[in-house]
Design a binder for this molecule. Structure first.
Ligand SMILES: [Zn+2]
Length: 143
């Protein structure tokens, strides 16, 4: 495992915890942890926001930008957050678009189904079902 990617995941864990996020590991890919960060707002009727990044391993800008937001404590406290900051750690490690199983996580519409079952096996299942089902809809127009 590439030390910079291990450090990146550790930075997410420590930076998120420092600004009040709960940090959990909900699965593993090729030995790499898949982490989730969540924080509930104390604001009444807080909106739920799901963020994910690091889907394509050859595009590190998303995870790095998200890490910066956490380190700057720049996510407004008036929302509830569910964040999966590094969805393709093996791809980031190898600097490849696909994950360790050769899957482009931004391509197959069956992804939402496969992720659903991944999450369903975890104790985070219910909280993430809604977020997972919108993943195919949040692709950039040029992808
Ligand atoms: Zn991409």
């Amino acid at each position: 495992m590439n030390p910079p990617i291990v450090k990146l995941i550790e930075k997410f864990q420590s930076s998120a915890a420092a600004v009040g996020f709960e940090v959990e590991t909900f699965g593993r890919v090729a030995g790499w942890p898949l982490i989730a960060l969540s924080r509930k707002s104390t604001t009444a009727k807080a909106q739920n926001i799901y963020l994910s990044s690091g889907i394509h391993g050859d595009e590190p800008a998303g995870p790095l930008a998200l890490l910066q937001l956490l380190q700057d404590d720049a996510l407004p406290r008036r929302h509830n957050y569910w964040i999966c900051p590094v969805l393709n750690p093996s791809g980031l490690d190898a600097r490849m678009r696909e994950n360790a199983h050769g899957l482009d996580l931004n391509r197959p519409f069956s992804l939402s189904i496969s992720l659903y079952y991944t999450y369903r096996r975890s104790r985070l299942a219910r909280r993430y079902v809604w977020a997972v089902t919108i993943l195919p809809a949040v692709r950039r127009p040029d992808e």
